[in-house]
Design a binder for this molecule. Structure first.
Ligand SMILES: [Zn+2]
Length: 309
């Protein structure tokens, strides 16, 4: 079976203003590279349209209303200090959520074995009632709740290897024993959360804070704890919050990972997915702000997804 690549053109109209790191080119360079590689094992697919009821499993209806009324008719407006939206952000935000829904349905229907969603805006900082850190809707949280509600899964694991802590995802699943949230991140750092003491109501949150300057070897060694937790939890479905800003060239953080490390961590995780979740894995783009590092790292990550069988 093949790997799904879910994306839509609407990300191009999510304008965050001049000089903003979360820019259109991020997804453009990823897609250009996949077009060039022309891998026949990649199935390109557009997201389905999501209705409010899918968002409402994760975000409050007041928050959804607030977001839907905040897209300007022209120009830009601010949802928080660094979360900026333009008229086109409305469709981009909905398509980012729609992508993970389409990816999950595709894996469930055996249209493809696993999938990567190349989307923006990212999602893992968005809380139930709050936009934050370039994120509007929490795409991966909506996907997780969709797995629980629509497909009745009892154990879903989210692995967040973005260099920032996914405070939003942690917030949404803090008291949900069906969800294991594991995050590796630079600490202390934005957004300030992500200590080892934040464990969730059911010990279902597992934070691995690492210092600035963390090398590939140090990171991959810490990643062994991620794998250990996964083995204990035995997830029926695995989701990746795939941020690539832990790369050594990334301008927003100070980890020292190389592009190849994203291949290794993906490969190791897929080994466990094979044992526990019949290989069911969906990954969605979060951060990553150096364009060539992002292009190379997503290629590595997706290569591991494609090779898995
Ligand atoms: Zn990040």
């Amino acid at each position: 079976m093949k790997t799904g690549l879910i994306t839509s053109d609407t990300y191009q109209n999510h304008n965050t203003g001049k000089g903003h790191p979360e820019k259109v080119d991020r997804v453009s360079v990823i897609l250009e590279n996949f077009k060039k590689l022309n891998n026949k094992n990649l199935i390109w697919k557009k997201p389905s349209k999501v209705e409010n009821q899918i968002l409402e499993i994760t975000h409050s209806s007041n928050y959804i209303k607030f977001v839907q009324n905040s897209f300007p008719k022209k120009g830009l407006s601010f949802l928080d200090g660094d979360t900026i939206v333009s008229p086109g952000s409305k469709d981009a935000a909905v398509d980012a959520v729609g992508s993970i829904i389409t990816a999950i349905d595709g894996v469930q229907n055996k249209e493809f074995k696993n999938a990567f969603c190349a989307v923006r805006p990212p999602g893992h900082h968005a809380e139930k009632n709050k936009a934050m850190g370039f994120c509007i809707y929490n795409n991966i949280a909506v996907g997780t709740n969709y797995l629980l509600k629509k497909y009745n899964y009892k154990k879903v694991a989210i692995i967040d290897f973005d260099v920032h802590h996914g405070n939003g995802t942690q917030d949404i699943f803090y008291d949900n024993e069906k969800v294991l949230y594991i995050s590796t991140h630079q600490y202390p750092y934005y957004p300030g959360t992500g200590t080892e003491q934040e464990k969730g109501k059911y010990n279902n949150i597992f934070n691995i804070p690492l210092p600035a300057g963390t090398t590939s070897e140090e990171y991959l060694s810490a990643y062994e704890f991620v794998l250990k937790k996964l083995k204990e939890f035995k997830p029926e479905f695995i989701l990746f919050s795939a941020g690539f800003d832990a790369h050594k060239d990334d301008p927003l953080a100070q980890f020292q990972l190389k592009s190849k490390d994203f291949y290794d961590l993906t490969k190791r995780t897929l080994g466990l997915a094979k044992v526990f979740s019949e290989g069911k894995v969906v990954s969605i783009l979060e951060g990553g702000y150096d364009l060539s590092a992002l292009q190379e790292s997503t290629e590595m990550h997706v290569r591991a997804l494609i090779e898995f069988n």
